[in-house]
Design a protein around this ligand. Structure first.
Ligand SMILES: Cc1ncc(COP(=O)(O)O)c(C=O)c1O
Length: 445
């Protein structure tokens, strides 16, 4: 497929009566397949036609899917050690699907070591499921009834909406933040009073507001919330008896000031309503193991944990993988002493290099400290300041063979923003940046 063949499709929101009568599937299924899922669609197109300098030079350079390839070799070498991806006959049989005792113990020790050294983590409060998306889906099932509302600050990783909506039928609503800078000069900042207004507005419309979802560190901003702001937000949520789901999937991929990051796990007794705060993490990003499908939920809410254990039958991580995950989490010397600092250094170098190159091209970059992405304004290259012009620029770059994500697909209300992944293999990054530059140069002409 040529790189220009996929178009950013508008979402078809309604089903006609004839379609409903014709259908062989549920309304829920129809709704799922009708919703345009930009990130998944383009991720599969890019996966199906990957760029290769000799074999497929017209293929797509994927600077849209948040993967970190900078540590592939280091992880491969560790897993290929004797105790890495080990086979044992017990893996052929049933096991504790929501995380074996050994694995939950390892996760609990790891979380204490890396997220909250001053607090003990009880393995009984931990559940392991097949990836973070799966954890979010399961939490949606556990804390919401169909039609209940969860609020999340936007722009945000677009599949946060689908993860809660597709199966748990949660009505996820965005709390728009904008490019306008606040008193501290920060754009896209979340304000507790704006959150409270949004809650009141939705309650006023008769909605059953059940909670909020935070991504911390944030995707696509690459920023994280301060402890003060986190506590203020948790206080607002407590006042309205709201759950707080905190997705910390990038917590160990912070390359700038990592010591200033405060996990919700580390808030301890300061947490205003502890039974309504649910922490989510996984191996996907911080251990570059997206293919392993290991996600973790920590919750002090016994009913939530019991429910997640019950439904883990449908979304469990195979025990052979759980076991390998435990081995690398338990290897303190290797992870803390080698993998984590090497990853931080490589992320920081790649971020600074890519940032400089994009700024030289004329992009405006919002400061990031974590994750695999740069959040950039490309207004300078747009004919007008609209979503249509943003998508037009996206198409021009995609036609050159580079996939980057337009902000509107991440629910950004300010047009002209894009998310670019800088953690692809360096040789591909070079070609990708050159192709983007050539797309922009052609527009300048
Ligand atoms: C914030 C966030 N949450 C969840 C996910 C999905 O993680 P997983 O592949 O473990 O389901 C991603 C992947 O990009 C993400 O960025």
């Amino acid at each position: 497929m040529a790189s220009g063949d996929v178009k950013a499709q508008p979402t078809k929101a309604t089903t006609t009566e004839e379609e409903e009568e014709e259908t062989t599937i549920s309304r829920r299924a129809r709704h799922t397949i009708q919703k345009n899922d930009f990130l998944s669609t383009y991720a599969s197109v890019a996966l199906g036609n990957p760029f290769h300098p000799e074999d497929n030079p017209e293929g797509i350079i994927n600077m849209g899917t948040a993967l970190n390839h900078l540590m592939d070799e280091e992880m491969q070498a560790r897993l290929q050690e004797r105790d890495g991806l080990r086979y044992d006959r017990q893996f052929q049989h049933y096991y504790e699907l929501s995380g074996t005792k050994h694995v939950r113990r390892s996760v609990a020790d790891f979380l204490k070591r890396r997220f909250c050294p001053e607090r003990n983590v009880d393995p009984e409060n931990v559940v392991v499921l097949n990836g973070v998306a799966s954890c979010l889906d399961a939490l949606g099932h556990a804390i919401c009834d169909p039609g209940d509302v969860l609020i999340t600050p936007t722009p945000v990783y677009g599949r946060i909406f689908s993860n809660f909506r597709e199966r748990a039928l949660v009505d996820v609503r965005g709390l728009d933040t904008t490019e306008q800078t606040d008193a501290e000069g920060k754009s896209f900042s979340l304000r507790p009073d704006a959150l409270e207004r949004k809650i009141q507005e939705l309650l006023g419309e008769g909605k059953r507001v059940k909670g909020i979802i935070l991504v911390h560190p944030h995707n696509p901003m690459g920023d994280f919330y301060s402890k003060t702001l986190l506590l203020e937000i948790l206080q607002v949520c407590k006042r309205y008896k709201l759950h707080v789901v905190v997705d910390e999937i990038y917590a160990l991929s912070i390359f700038q000031d990592p010591e200033t990051f405060v996990s919700t796990l580390a808030l301890n007794s300061a947490t205003p309503d502890p039974e309504r705060v649910h922490f989510v993490w996984g191996l996907t990003k911080d251990l570059v193991l997206a293919g392993f499908r290991v996600g973790v939920v920590h919750s002090l809410n016994k009913d939530v944990i019991t429910c997640l254990k019950r439904i883990s039958t449908f979304q469990c991580t195979p025990s052979i993988i759980q076991n390998a995950a435990a081995t690398i989490m338990n290897d303190k010397d290797w992870f803390d002493g080698f993998f984590l600092p090497t990853n931080r250094r490589k992320l920081g170098d790649a971020y600074r290099n890519t940032r400089q190159r994009l700024e030289e091209m004329g992009f405006q970059v919002r400061e990031g400290k974590a994750g695999f992405f740069l959040w950039v304004s490309a207004k300078a290259f747009m004919k007008e300041n609209t979503k249509e012009a943003e998508l037009e620029l996206f198409e021009a770059i995609f036609k050159k063979g580079v996939y980057i994500v337009p902000g509107s697909q991440l629910y950004c209300v300010s047009p002209g923003w894009f998310r670019l992944i800088f953690t692809i293999p360096p040789e591909k990054l070079e070609v990708g940046l050159a192709k983007i530059k050539s797309a922009l140069d052609e527009r300048r002409k």
